[in-house]
Design a binder for this molecule. Sequence first.
Ligand code: NAP
Length: 279
Amino acid sequence: MKDKTVLITGATDGIGKETARHIAERGARVFVVGRNPEKGAAAVADIKEGSANQQVEFLQADLSAQAEVRKLAAALRDRTQRLDVLVNNAGAILFSRQETVDGIEMTFGLNHLSYFLLTHELLDLLKASTPARIVNVASIAHRRAVLDFSDLELKHSYGAWRAYARSKLANIMFTYGLARRLENTGVSANCLHPGFVRSHFGQNNGVLVRTALSLAMRFGNAITVAQGAETSVHLATAPAVEGRTGQYFDACQAVKSNQVSYDQAAQDRLWDISMEMVG
Ligand SMILES: NC(=O)c1ccc[n+]([C@@H]2O[C@H](COP(=O)([O-])OP(=O)(O)OC[C@H]3O[C@@H](n4cnc5c(N)ncnc54)[C@H](OP(=O)(O)O)[C@@H]3O)[C@@H](O)[C@H]2O)c1
């Protein structure tokens, strides 16, 4: 990965931070995106030390805010003229319904629209750096989801897992629609399930949820964050992935996602709605 530039969102913690460390170990210049500057500085110091690579930089953005996603893309462009790999990884589950500053349900806004908008904002850099890769971290949770286009933001029947599963289905449908649109450009788009990973996932919620999720991770055979980063690192770096696009991976293998995710009309409908929602 020497001479390659990689940007990873949600790289101040969990799977994203481990992904950043492994990619930095392989010699790439790595941009770590997070919303908290102190946590970002600490993550950069850890990643530099763990990878013996000094080319690691922090970029601050709250990815739930569209203006900040746009500012992030501009800040990256100020620092580099190339982007070989974009890893959209930042995500969360929210046990109370919240809205972003743009007035969009937070799970959909952060987990899906930030991937969608950041990718669009950085497409010119990726296209100028071919062969380039887009890696979207989704989840096996998508298997329970259907996209109800009449209430995408769950205004009427909010449930944390319902919103989360939907956002992860949206990650996969976005990846497939993007791969079709990027055919023959030299930019690939793939997505993945990282496994059930013992990270800080869910710790942004109340004490009961935090405790339940911690116990589930501890006693539910959750894998380590290093293991959870393997498929992201594989898709971002492995020569074997060159030329492969529009696929969903689990444990570094391409597997089938839920049948509904392959519906191209639904992918296009989600694409058009997402375009409108990001202005
Ligand atoms: N853990 C699992 O078992 C599992 C399973 C399947 C899929 N996933 C997916 O894996 C991805 C990473 O999750 P994780 O388990 O590593 O979770 P995590 O430990 O909670 O890390 C999440 C990362 O996302 C960042 N983030 C959250 N909200 C943000 C915002 N508004 N703006 C910018 N950054 C934000 C966090 O930054 P802060 O430090 O500022 O909070 C953190 O760096 C997610 O997309 C998740 O859906 C996880």
